[in-house]
Design a protein around this ligand. Structure first.
Ligand code: SF4
Ligand code: SF4
Length: 75
């Protein structure tokens, strides 16, 4: 069975940072793009798909996807 990985929708992320402290593996970091601070999963290969970050996000910006879907380019 393929493990899922976390995917952060940059159009919904407000940069609140809750997911960063939620990830026990420290895989999520801030990235600044177009003058906006957003979270990204820096090391998706290490993501266990535990879902802790998705649960913590108040804006439903994080979903768990199949790894091959991660290649879709974000907006
Ligand atoms: S918890 Fe959600 S809105 Fe907040 S930084 Fe993480 S992905 Fe963005
Ligand atoms: S699903 Fe779990 S391991 Fe993956 S980024 Fe979120 S909190 Fe970290």
């Amino acid at each position: 069975m393929t493990a899922q990985i976390a995917h952060i929708d940059p159009t919904r992320c407000t940069g609140c940072g809750r997911c960063i402290s939620a990830c026990a593996l420290g895989l999520i970091e801030f990235e600044t793009r177009d003058w906006k601070k957003r979270s990204v999963v820096q090391d998706p290969e290490r993501c266990t798909g535990c879902g802790d970050c998705a649960e913590r996000c108040p804006f439903s910006a994080i979903s768990l996807i199949e790894p091959h879907q991660g290649r879709r380019s974000p907006l």
